[in-house]
Design a protein around this ligand. Structure first.
Ligand code: GUN
Length: 286
């Protein structure tokens, strides 16, 4: 039997529509959420992501500013610019597009973003909040995946969730969010041995390693929920996820496609986080 496909594009559109409604409610009170996006260098994938984020802001009425720097920008210039945004009352969210050029001190730059404006959830204060189960900003991609699982009413308590990938952006926060929902969580990575033996135990399998079609049908438990965070450009220019969609959809119970799965949810959750930052700044409980 073929898996049901989770339509991330449709779910993201409904999340964006509710953000748009809430933005108009805030507008009546003279508040307009604002997001600043910082990019350094000309990485083509990052440029596409940033363009999509700015377009999404525009569509829901969120003010946005792009600060684009050359690849040889200094740490001091970026830090000075972030400090200015931290003080700017029109800006509620600050996003530093990753990866930054290798010459830059990414940790120091991310630590400069005010935790209250850290809509990516990359500041140590927000990471600490996530680890300890306190309120903070949660990274957009894993937050988007959790929305998808909630939408599907997928039971997580006591289930085995396997996360492939241990990045700070996806793998680690994803594992923590699944743990918060009482899943039994395993994190696998490039040094894990006998990957298939572990992934075959997964009731929920999240692939976030950046290797095209790594997850094949023989690695998936029949009926499992398979979430594909990977976006890999193939030699012919097409996009493929970390999951071999064509074969895995015949085994899985639920599956996300690439494109049209997790990707649109990441941007929708960035808008959710920016709206929340604006509300908190206005003294609301959000
Ligand atoms: N690069 C890849 N994913 C992300 C993300 O979610 N946020 C930022 N800032 N950079 C990224």
């Amino acid at each position: 039997m073929s898996a049901r496909i989770i339509d991330g594009k449709a779910l993201a559109a409904s999340v964006r529509a509710s953000v748009r409604d809430e933005v108009s409610v805030l507008a009546a009170r003279g508040i307009r959420p604002g997001l600043a996006v910082i990019i350094a260098g000309k990485d083509p994938a990052s440029q596409v992501y940033v363009r999509n984020k700015l377009r999404a802001c525009e569509e829901v009425g969120v003010h946005s500013e792009l600060l684009a720097f050359p690849a040889d920008v200094s740490d001091a210039t970026l830090i000075g610019s972030i400090e200015g945004l931290n003080r700017d009352p029109a800006i509620h969210g600050i996003l530093v597009q990753l990866p930054l050029p290798k010459s830059l001190d990414a940790a120091r730059i991310l630590a400069t973003v005010s935790p209250a404006k850290d809509v990516d959830g990359f500041h140590l204060e927000n990471i600490g909040a996530l680890v300890t189960g306190q309120a903070g900003f949660v990274p957009c991609t894993p937050a988007g995946v959790m929305r998808m699982l909630a939408q599907e009413n997928l039971p997580l308590a006591g289930r085995h969730a396997v996360v492939l990938g241990r990045s700070n952006i996806v793998g680690k926060p994803m594992a923590l969010l699944l743990l918060q929902k009482d899943a039994t969580v395993t994190i696998c990575h490039s040094k894990s041995s006998d990957l298939a033996a572990i992934t075959r135990q997964a009731d929920v399998l999240v692939a976030a390693v950046g290797r095209a079609k790594l997850v094949t049908a023989d690695m998936v438990k029949p009926g499992a929920c398979v979430i594909d965070v990977g976006v890999n450009r193939l030699a012919d220019g097409s996009l493929a996820g970390d999951v071999d969609f064509a074969s895995v959809k015949e085994i899985a119970g639920l599956i996300t496609p690439v494109p049209g799965g997790v990707g649109p949810m990441t941007i929708a959750l960035l808008l959710v986080n920016t709206l929340r930052a604006a509300r908190l700044a206005a003294g609301e409980r959000a």
